[in-house]
Design a protein around this ligand. Structure first.
Ligand code: FDA
Length: 371
């Protein structure tokens, strides 16, 4: 018999929820985490009394009442509404694309006027099957919005020209003909008061956790320490890259403390022109309306991913999906490893989706144990 029922590799949302629920069901769990802190990418750290989102802006939003109720056991949420601003050269626009944006862009006031302009610009691309992202975007929102608000931002994000990117990246570009700057359509959204790390700490309370501990540095030992492994790291690394590396986009975060109360007046401002190398500036105090005489801002630079860098956005193109399929085939044969979370499944997940995946994995596991 092994010392633990489950070894959980990774203390992000997936791993922490799995560990929490299994411990509640009497199982003995050990969590190992290669970083120097728990929480994965939702980690927040208090600096100058401000909860800093260390791995980019994290706004909780969902339409799933069960998930909303579940996460609120671990924190109270504020009523934060995500309403980002876009800056293009010296022009300022509201996002998502809505009547405020159209007024700022064309000085029009009514939905009818806005629709007319967009429809006439969309006609410039007269194909139903766009060849690339540029054509797809113009087909969806017309030329002006594409050139000022989509083109530069997207090219920075992916490191490629829009006419070289596949059209599937942009399936939809939501356009709203009301004066509504709320970015998400979801029923529930907010920021946990006190930060996300508080949630993770509550989830892992009473569970043994080892930080600065990489599964691969002593793989044999870790595999033998528990009956089962729950693995939330990169799937290609788990299989020693035997079918090749999966590709990602990475990010570089540059934070600075400013000796002023309010730097930009909003939590998120996107910089959509290609000449500015970062995609956005986050001003963390606005997520929670924190009292502090100082403020902390973070510039987010998309960068090329290389082995050893933090992997953020999977590049789900045909080449990578073919490689993934091969790893998934091997994964299905595993009897004592459960794969979960964004890195093991090579998929961009919002937080609510990861929570749901983890709760589903727990249920499946408990059902299997009863058999
Ligand atoms: P996560 O990556 O958090 O956890 C995996 C953990 O495993 C990491 O801590 C890692 O260090 C550890 N690990 C990996 N390999 C290991 C090894 N070999 N040994 C030990 N440990 C290992 N979602 C949302 O709903 N609203 C939002 O606003 C945002 N914003 C956002 C911004 C940015 C820039 C990104 C990249 C993502 C978002 N997200 C988001 C998505 C959100 O970050 C995501 O859903 C969760 O963090 C995923 O949690 P996981 O547990 O799957 O992975």
């Amino acid at each position: 018999m092994s010392k633990y029922d489950y070894l959980i590799v990774g203390s992000g949302l997936f791993g922490s929820i799995f560990a929490h629920e299994m411990s509640k069901n009497g199982k003995n769990c050990l969590v190992i985490e290669r970083r120097s802190h728990i929480g994965g990418n939702v980690f927040t750290e208090k600096v100058e009394n401000i909860n800093v989102h260390k791995y980019g802006a994290h706004i909780f939003h969902t339409n799933d009442k069960k998930i909303w109720d579940y996460i609120q056991q671990f924190a109270d949420f504020n009523r934060y509404t995500n309403s980002p601003i876009a800056i293009y050269k010296d022009e300022l626009y509201n996002l998502p694309f809505n009547m405020n944006t159209f007024h700022q862009m064309w000085s029009i006031k009514t939905p009818e006027e806005a629709k007319k302009i967009i429809e006439s610009q969309k006609k410039e691309i007269d194909t139903e099957t766009p060849d690339n992202l540029e054509e797809q975007a113009i087909r969806l929102v017309g030329k002006d919005i594409y050139e000022k608000l989509v083109k530069g931002y997207t090219e920075k994000q992916w490191g490629k020209k829009c006419n070289e990117l596949p059209s599937f990246i942009i399936k939809r570009l939501p356009v709203r003909f009301t004066y509504d700057n709320n970015y998400f359509n979801d029923l529930y959204q907010g920021i946990p008061i006190g930060g996300y790390t508080k949630i993770i700490k509550k989830l892992l309370k009473g569970i043994e956790v080892k930080i600065d501990t990489n599964f691969f540095e002593d793989r044999k030992k870790w595999e033998n320490i528990a009956d089962k492994v729950v693995y939330t790291g990169m799937i290609d690394q788990y299989y020693e890259y035997c079918f090749g590396e999966l590709e990602y986009r990475s990010l570089k975060f540059e934070s600075e403390t400013k000796n002023m109360e309010n730097y930009q007046g909003n939590a998120v401002i996107n910089y959509t022109e290609s000449e500015i190398p970062y995609t956005r500036i986050i001003e963390h105090k606005h997520f929670e309306d924190t009292a502090s005489s100082k403020t902390i801002i973070t510039k987010e630079y998309p960068i090329e991913w290389k082995k050893g860098y933090d992997a953020y956005y999977p590049i789900n193109d045909e080449k990578n999906m073919k490689i993934l399929e091969k790893y998934q085939k091997l994964g299905k044969k595993e009897k004592s490893t459960i794969f979960g979370g964004r890195l093991a499944l090579y998929k961009y997940y919002d937080m609510w989706e990861v929570i749901k995946e983890s709760l589903d994995a727990v249920k499946l596991e408990l059902d299997n144990l009863k058999k």
